[in-house]
Design a binder for this molecule. Structure first.
Ligand code: CCH
Length: 278
């Protein structure tokens, strides 16, 4: 059996600042990707939440159903075991927090630690005992598709076009991995800093199909940066493009809109005892 994590910190139930500190502590690692687990933690929070369907009220972060098969085995979730495994150390230190709260809080702390905006976050998610509430596979977006698909997926969650563009700005972080999605490379030259660079690259760089045996993706002249078909859809669609140009010019507007939209994403389908003050 794998060694149990060494518990170095403990806390009283409800001590979220202590949990935040434990998460912040494990973000940096020179031997992982670009030196930070931040991006993959953001992706875990997003994929845990992005299964929500407004019409049926199913899916979302409540339940932490990605602990179970088949959800943990979905192609879309390839690589997220790294993030879930990493957070076991935090769970061992603070066993009173639910996985569902922990995964979403980790995304929030990662964004804040990487220089992003403060994200509104509340506890209140509970963990399901089994995978019986797992939703059908196919609710998370497909990188090979375009604007219509993005609208289908995000409108289903209850987001509008502006939210879609703001949320997509998270691709300023991290990279694609051949052994996870099949795509390769980062979107920006600063993949562990939360900024509006993704939008600047979209607008100011030139994107050509990459010549290779892998799935269709786009690259810049240097071949170091990448975009997915779904990223370029934000540029080719007239309504999306308006927001792309705004966020490329105005980082403050991006941070503000991202904070609201990401905070909302993490709460989809979560039955809080009371709704937040308007
Ligand atoms: Fe994403 N994303 N994402 N994404 N994503 C990938 C990586 C990250 C799509 C596809 C992919 C959002 C929206 C979309 C992150 C956050 C968000 C990868 C590479 C693919 C493919 C995975 C790999 O190989 O490791 C598509 C399609 C959409 C359509 O909208 C949204 C929304 C968010 C968050 C708000 C982050 C962060 C990463 C980097 C992960 C890492 O490990 O570096």
């Amino acid at each position: 059996p794998p060694a149990l994590p060494v518990v170095t910190k403990t806390s009283k139930p409800g001590d979220y600042p202590a949990v935040r500190a434990s998460i912040a502590d494990l973000l940096d690692n020179d031997n992982y990707d670009d030196g930070s687990y931040g991006p993959v933690l953001v992706r875990l929070a997003w994929h845990a939440s992005g299964t929500y369907d407004k019409k049926t009220g199913t899916g979302g972060s409540n339940g932490a159903t990605m602990r179970f098969g088949p959800e943990c085995e979905w192609a879309a979730n390839a690589g997220l075991a790294v993030a879930r495994g990493l957070l076991e150390k935090v769970k061992a230190e603070h066993p009173w927090i639910s996985y569902a709260d922990l995964w979403t809080l980790a995304g929030v702390v990662a964004i804040e630690q990487m220089g992003g905006p403060v994200i509104p976050w509340r506890p209140g998610r509970v963990d399901d005992a089994d995978g019986s509430r797992i939703v059908p596979d196919g609710r998370l977006p497909d990188a090979t598709q375009g604007a219509k698909h993005l609208r289908d997926v995000f409108h289903r969650m209850g987001f509008d076009d502006r939210d879609i563009v703001a949320l997509s700005g998270a691709h300023t972080l991290g990279r694609c991995h051949a052994d996870r999605s099949g795509f390769v490379g980062p979107w920006t030259n600063a993949p562990t800093t939360f900024s509006n660079l993704y939008f600047q690259e979209l607008v100011n760089n030139k994107w050509k199909p990459k010549k290779w045996d892998g799935p269709l993706q786009y690259e810049d002249k240097t071949g170091t940066l990448m975009m997915l078909s779904s990223d370029l859809a934000l540029l080719s669609d007239r309504t999306f493009r308006k927001w792309v140009h705004l966020y490329a010019k105005d980082e403050e507007a991006f941070f503000k809109d991202f904070s609201v939209a990401f905070g909302k994403l993490l709460e989809l389908g979560v039955p809080f005892p009371q709704q937040p003050a308007a």
